[in-house]
Design a protein around this ligand. Structure first.
Ligand code: UD1
Ligand code: MG
Length: 475
């Protein structure tokens, strides 16, 4: 297919209807920028691609360039409409067929492109384009395809505020046009009286009037949805997400309430795993076999091995959780932390930039930062590593089988030896040797009979009492 075909993606538009300053093409859908959906699709079909950029051109170029190394760019300096965007590319037309695609149609599939091409070649057409049916009269951002005795034309719904058009066939914004036809007619396109823009869709009307052969290929509306507004962006992401969840369901993953689960494109999950309500899986998160990710947990670029339980409301970012670990509820594991096999990270535990060995327990209310913790270590409730001196971050090392008492402050840099103990409530400032017990807390003093003394009347009060009683006698 690619030998006589080249593609042009239109991605220069201002995205005015989104009501944000950013280009819609940089917005992410299931974790991937919108513009990459079309570039990835066409490059998977080995079609050479050029992208027209203008508004926010540097951001769009950088998104595309970090993902592809063979895409060329054409600059549209002024956003004068889709027809003008195509006109800007005239110097690079070299193949027999030019495939033109709106950059804001992320759900288009390879089947749609292939059938457009096959039909075009088979029917020896001059211009072909993709259509879809939608009877929703509120659709005011599509071009409506009208067949009449004069041929075929596209009327932009936004141009047609008054007439009620009964047609429900809309233009998808995907065209296959013979280079000759483009060269002869692109300069004829006129500015719209209403918007002042030059529309590529007018080429259909022109070609039809000239008696050119025009073909259409039908596609499901959901797959060709264009995104102009935030509602359309939301609807599109819902569809993409549902598509991804269906794929994972077919691979043996159970979703408690799929309608409120967020999942990004590059997330992978292995069979036997259950995903709870409201779970959000972002980036390149990988989840192994037979795991439970319970309600409202958030995983971002997390790698979770097999048989792991992530209890509810846990956040794991950029970290590795090895097999048979239990994390949460309400735990925060982040910044390149590794938790090894069979360990247990409990509720309200925050672990940052740390290595946690296997079968280690950090079960309640702890902060562990910049630490290397060995195997079979027990960290008592409320223990924190004090790793910052205000300027640098220092390391805490806790060797295998050490037992840290509850409510310890471990002042880094510090090394706590193998099989050692620290007493509850300690502020540990010096290294603890292997097998030792470190006690570092203020000595307790018990003041006997203190309460009784406290409640006894003071000397002043005693004198006052005495004075009152003697004056009562004399009175
Ligand atoms: C366009 C079609 C409409 C079709 C719909 C499908 C036209 C005139 N209308 O409408 O018939 O039903 O898509 O979604 O083409 N762009 C540029 N430069 C510009 C203007 C736009 O590169 O000067 C790019 C945009 O970034 C976008 C694409 O072209 O990726 C389409 O533009 P958009 O404004 O979204 O067109 P629609 O109004 O949706
Ligand atoms: Mg659009």
């Amino acid at each position: 297919m690619q030998r006589n075909l080249q593609a042009i993606i239109l991605a220069a538009g201002k995205s005015r209807r989104l009501n944000t300053k950013k280009s819609k093409l940089t917005k992410k859908i299931c974790g991937q920028e919108m513009v990459l959906y079309t570039t990835n699709l066409l490059s998977s079909l080995s079609i050479p691609i050029s992208v027209v950029i203008g508004h926010e051109k540097e951001s769009i170029k950088s998104i595309i360039s970090t993902n592809h190394n063979n895409i060329t760019f054409v600059i549209q300096n002024e956003q004068l409409g889709t027809g003008h965007a195509v006109l800007c590319t005239q110097d690079i037309w070299e193949k027999k067929y030019i495939l033109i695609l709106n950059g804001d149609a992320p759900l288009v599939t390879s089947d749609i492109i292939s059938s457009l091409y096959e039909n075009h070649v088979k029917k020896d057409a001059h211009l072909s384009f993709v259509t879809a049916h939608n009877i929703d009269p509120s659709l005011n951002s599509y071009g409506i395809v009208i067949h009449d005795d004069k041929g075929i034309k596209i009327i932009e719904a936004k141009e047609n505020k008054h007439d009620r058009i009964e047609e429900c066939c809309i233009n998808a914004g995907i065209y296959l046009i013979n280079k000759d036809l483009l060269e002869e007619n692109i300069h004829i396109l006129q500015k719209s009286n209403i918007t002042g823009e030059i529309y590529i869709t007018d080429l259909v009307n022109i070609a039809s009037q000239k008696g050119c052969k025009i073909e259409t290929t039908q596609a499901p509306f959901d797959l060709i949805r264009g995104i102009n507004t935030l509602q359309e962006l939301w609807a599109c992401e819902q569809i993409k997400r549902a598509e991804l969840i269906k794929i994972w369901m077919s691979k043996g993953i159970r979703f408690a309430t799929p309608q409120d689960t967020h999942i990004d494109l590059n997330v992978t999950i292995q069979s036997g795993t259950c995903i709870g309500s409201g779970v959000q899986l972002y980036g390149s998160t990988k989840i192994g076999k037979n795991c439970n990710v319970e309600a409202f947990s958030i995983l971002e670029n997390a790698t979770i091995e097999d048989n792991v339980i992530i209890e509810s409301h846990t956040v794991i970012k950029n970290s590795l959780i090895k097999s048979n670990v239990i994390v949460g509820p309400f735990a925060y594991v982040h910044s390149n932390t590794v938790v090894c096999e069979k360990s247990n990270v409990g509720n309200f535990v925050d672990i940052k930039k740390s290595q946690i060995g296997s079968e280690t327990k950090i079960k309640h209310l702890s902060y562990i930062g910049n630490s290397e913790i060995g195997n079979n270590v027990n960290i008592g409730a409320g223990t924190i590593t004090c790793n910052s001196n205000g300027i640098t971050k220092e390391k805490t090392i806790i060797q295998d089988k050490a037992s840290i008492g509850s409510n310890n402050s471990l002042i880094a840099p510090i090394n706590i030896g193998k099989d050692s103990f620290t007493a509850a409530g300690s502020v540990i400032t010096k290294d603890v040797p292997a097998d030792a017990l470190a006690i570092a807390r203020a000595n307790q003093i018990n003041k006997d009979e203190y309460t009784k003394k406290l409640k006894q009347p003071s000397l002043f009060e005693q004198k006052k009492l005495q004075k009152n009683s003697s004056s009562n006698l004399t009175g």
